[in-house]
Design a protein around this ligand. Structure first.
Ligand SMILES: Nc1nc2c(c(=O)[nH]1)N[C@H]1C(S)=C(S)[C@@H](COP(=O)(O)OP(=O)(O)OC[C@H]3O[C@@H](n4cnc5c(=O)[nH]c(N)nc54)[C@H](O)[C@@H]3O)O[C@H]1N2
Ligand SMILES: Nc1nc2c(c(=O)[nH]1)N[C@H]1C(S)=C(S)[C@@H](COP(=O)(O)OP(=O)(O)OC[C@H]3O[C@@H](n4cnc5c(=O)[nH]c(N)nc54)[C@H](O)[C@@H]3O)O[C@H]1N2
Ligand SMILES: [Mo]
Length: 763
């Protein structure tokens, strides 16, 4: 029996590491075998095939994997990927977490399981409660669960003592109802996973081009001349993007990849659903790989822009002067600042050679249709917002925004993270939306900004917040500073999770805790008026339908909108001005309410019933920049300086090929050649020799911010191609090292991709 403390981080157990040479080609037959193993292993052959054929088809459900767009028309019969298959298998599993399960295992015992084993335990199939002082969850009826939560909420001395988190799988309908309930209850405490994800993109883009979303459509990829992919590992995290990149290449586009790691998917790709492609050795996707050091992107972009400007001055024809003059602001100040930067000093900050950067500048100088894509490698640093603003500077110099084949593409994570924000999940309440809510629903929404993720952690840690409610997600393991966040959650009077599956946040809980089990994407959702569908928004601003066809895994599950409506009724009673029963009986009514309160949803119910859905308006896409100047803004951004001491390294926390955020599908990082182990640290071989470390040595990791030493122990050293003084570990194992009070300027996203750490070998 393990010790009797609750284990708040993934336990320090080793699972038998095996290393192979990293893969050169992504996709291909191994991707098919791997998906099939996951689906058929979890759900059986017939159910598995049916589920897969429904995925991302016009009439089926939206893949719960990522937010990459589907083709507007002509979808192939199997528009899914290996990791989408794993996401479906994870949800469609036939294993069940029920009253018997919780009777058998105490929370303390479960907390010593690995995240992989916790996930494998199956779907939660009935509402559960753990009462104060108890060691086990026990069943509770839905009615009692809602009454219990309502009482706690109503007993608080202020609604601001409650926090309502959202993860990004929640549909538009559920998210809209949820924020409506929370605002009628009286707070804007609506942190979401976006705070840890693309918040920096939203901040950087809103300020510079007037909309916090990307400007490109899928079709723009097929018209682009150069596609730059920065800080993103699409082979693992957005595999369907590789198909688009392959098509872009067939049309003549060049691809530049900017990444500290030579990620397999970016290098070569075999389309797993294209038999002809399987015979060859795959398409080489990347034309130019820039192995930048961690957080070296601002100096790299500045160096490229300096080269472009110099070339324009000597030869002409490189910059789009007409665009700059007509459509942008603050160019002169930007130019002056950039001219004062020293090129060699910039290059030295990137760990790249001058020749490599010149090659990038050459590719860019001769093209006018450029798309820049990015993901977490850019958004999770102290200067993350600067990263995004610097990308915009580059695109503006080239006039590469607001026209076909060009623009910004922050590739979103969770399948509806973008939609949740569109329909009002935000700790800030935009005045125009507040007015619409007020006039449509006849109540006074709270004005004060609420807590985002890091402020929520602090508020709970300092006893200012006492009830934590989560619509999906795994707050404990996804947020930084695991030990601190665990204490913060444990201090709460009540923690509640609306979840499909068990995770560590259910085990590291408040004085009391509830799990409210909900339907998943793949399942039928039947309400009073009949079967319902929900809607979601992808990375390119397309709103479309999603409808599951599977029989729910248990008759006790409720849909997320139903859970919100029942909780709202129990909490607000006759104080509410909303007819919750009507809204939830037929989701068309929720969509009507969205249409009435949020721009861009005209004829929502009609348009979303068309195959493929509809595009939301996007000013930047049309060259209409809704900023403070009415133009696209150039900005000035500092070069970061981490001042690493001798024994220090810059650590990025990344995803393996076998996980979905905190959900661990398996223990293999197939493309990187790391098998059967997650507690690893990727290191450059020169750094290893300098630190006297060998392959497979076991080390403890420490970070020190604000005088506090944080640690994560028992990581196995893996030699890898990565720039000097940079290291990589997996999230969530390394989250205890990420300080909660260090975050991006302007977006408050935790610095999960540039944590300064030291490494000590175990003797
Ligand atoms: N299968 C699967 N799919 C997913 C997810 C998943 O966990 N599994 N998660 C979903 C979510 S929520 C999200 S947000 C996305 C995440 O998608 P990604 O952003 O691709 O995920 P990460 O693994 O965090 O990868 C970050 C990449 O950035 C690189 N990088 C790190 N630091 C830097 C830097 O300073 N500069 C540059 N240029 N590169 C850097 C890393 O080497 C890595 O390749 O994927 C979504 N899709
Ligand atoms: N160190 C480090 N930390 C990070 C990151 C990083 O790169 N490095 N990435 C950050 C990013 S980009 C993100 S988006 C966050 C992710 O943060 P979260 O979104 O909070 O975490 P997930 O692991 O995606 O949540 C998984 C849980 O969601 C529940 N779930 C799954 N499907 C459904 C559903 O349909 N409905 C409901 N109600 N519940 C469901 C299941 O119980 C599952 O256990 O993590 C962030 N944390
Ligand atoms: Mo994310």
């Amino acid at each position: 029996m393990s010790d009797n403390k609750i284990q708040v981080q993934p336990p320090e157990k080793h699972t038998g590491i095996k290393l192979t040479t990293p893969k050169r080609v992504a996709g291909g037959l191994p991707a098919i075998t791997s998906s099939m193993k996951h689906v058929y292993g979890e759900v059986g052959v017939v159910a598995g095939t049916k589920a897969m054929l429904n995925l991302n088809q016009f009439k089926g459900f939206d893949c719960p994997g990522c937010a990459w767009p589907d083709p507007d028309e002509d979808r192939s019969i199997v528009e899914f990927c290996e990791n989408g298959a794993k996401a479906v298998a994870e949800e469609a599993t036939t294993a069940k977490v029920d009253a018997e399960f919780f009777k058998q295992y105490s929370v303390q015992e479960l907390s010593h399981w690995s995240d992989y084993d916790i996930g494998k335990s199956g779907r939660v199939v009935e509402p559960m409660i753990i009462r104060e002082g108890s060691s086990h969850y026990e069943p509770i009826s839905w009615q009692d669960a809602f009454a219990h939560i309502a009482k706690k909420l109503n007993d608080l001395s202020s609604p601001d003592e409650a926090i309502f988190y959202t993860s990004g799988r929640t549909s538009n309908e559920a998210a809209f109802l949820y924020q409506l309930f929370v605002r009628q209850y009286g707070t804007n405490n609506l942190p979401d996973c976006s705070n840890m994800c693309h918040e920096s993109s939203g901040s950087g883009l809103s300020e510079t081009v007037g909309i916090g979303k990307g400007s490109v459509k899928l079709d723009d990829f097929y018209k682009a001349e150069v596609i730059v992919i920065m800080g993103q590992n699409p082979g693992t995290n957005h595999p369907r993007m590789l198909t688009a990149l392959q098509k872009a290449k067939d049309n003549g586009a060049k691809i530049i990849s900017v990444n500290p790691l030579p990620e397999t998917g970016l290098m070569k790709f075999q389309h797993p659903q294209n038999p002809l492609d399987m015979l060859g050795s795959g398409t080489a996707l990347t034309d130019l790989f820039l192995q930048v050091r961690v957080n070296g992107d601002v100096p790299l972009l500045k160096a490229i822009m300096k080269m472009l400007i110099a070339k324009d001055e000597s030869e002409g024809g490189v910059l789009d002067h007409e665009f700059i003059k007509e459509q942008t602001a603050h160019y002169e100040a930007f130019l002056e600042n950039l001219k004062n930067e020293d090129l060699d000093a910039l290059i030295a900050q990137t760990s790249l050679s001058k020749a490599d950067i010149e090659e990038a500048a050459d590719l860019l100088s001769s093209s006018n249709k450029i798309i820049v894509c990015w993901a977490m490698g850019l958004t999770q640093h102290k200067n993350a917002v600067d990263n995004i603003r610097e990308i915009v500077n580059l695109l503006l110099l080239k006039g590469s925004i607001g026209k076909p084949g060009a623009g910004t593409c922050p590739v979103r994570g969770h399948s509806n993270v973008q939609g949740d924000r569109t329909v009002g999940i935000w700790e800030k309440l935009v005045p125009k939306f507040a007015e619409k809510l007020k006039s449509h629903f006849n109540f006074e929404p709270p004005k004060k900004d609420g807590y985002d993720v890091v402020e929520s952690i602090k508020a709970m840690g300092e006893g200012r917040a006492k009830v934590f409610f989560a619509m999906g997600g795994n707050f404990l393991s996804a947020t930084p500073d695991t030990e601190y966040t665990a204490k913060a959650l444990q201090q709460c009077d009540l923690t509640v999770h609306v979840s499909t599956k068990l995770n560590r946040s259910h085990l590291v809980h408040g004085k009391e805790a509830l799990i409210l089990p909900c339907l998943g994407r793949t399942e039928q959702d039947k309400q009073d008026s009949g079967n319902q569908f929900v809607t979601v928004e992808n990375s390119t601003g397309v709103v479309h339908k999603s409808q599951g066809g599977k029989k729910p895994v248990s008759e006790h599950l409720l849909s997320e909108p139903k859970i919100v409506a029942e909780l709202a009724k129990a909490t607000l009673k006759n104080k509410t001005t909303v007819d919750w029963d009507k809204l939830v009986a037929n989701y068309d009514h929720i969509r009507d309410a969205i249409e009435a309160t949020i721009d861009g949803f005209d004829n929502y119910n009609q348009r979303v019933r068309r195959a493929g859905g509809f595009y939301l308006p996007n000013g930047a896409r049309e060259g209409d920049f809704k900023t403070d100047t009415g133009k696209a803004n150039f900005t000035i951004n500092e070069v970061p300086d981490h001042k690493l001491k001798n024994e220090e390294y810059l650590m990025m926390t990344i995803r393996s090929h076998d996980q979905y955020n905190t959900t661990i599908y398996g223990l293999h990082d197939r493309y990187r050649g790391i098998h059967n182990e997650r507690r690893i640290i990727l290191m450059n071989t020169d750094d290893m020799s300098a630190a006297n470390l060998k392959e497979k040595d076991i080390v403890d990791l420490y970070s020190k911010y604000d005088g506090i030493e944080r640690s994560a122990k028992g990581f196995i050293v893996v030699p890898y191609s990565i720039p000097g003084r940079c290291v990589a570990t997996y999230f969530p194992e390394a989250n205890p090292l990420v300080p909660h009070n260090h975050y991006a300027r302007g977006s408050k996203t935790p610095i999960s991709k540039s944590v300064i750490i030291s490494i000590k070998r175990r003797d």
